[in-house]
Design a protein around this ligand. Sequence first.
Ligand code: FES
Length: 93
Amino acid sequence: MESAVLEAYEKLITITINGKSYDVPENNTLLRVLQFMNLELAYSKYCWNGDCRNCAFRYVSRKTGNEVEALGCQMRLFQSMVIKRLPEGVILN
Ligand code: FES
């Protein structure tokens, strides 16, 4: 599918954020997916290129099962990803 804010995707994947499931486009970073979800983002706060770290979030690693940090502008989400903490200031209703 085509979208102005998203990378091309064929299907939705299911992720969990703070214990709740969401179907979101595959092949996209967390920040792009938050845009897709129509969350209010303070866009000026984000550099979108890995420098500012304002997009840092925490998820459960597939390899170790441990909670780890990643950058929301860099990391593509994966099927069954469990997100434990969104970037600071992002509120999910
Ligand atoms: S938005 Fe700046 S590091 Fe991700």
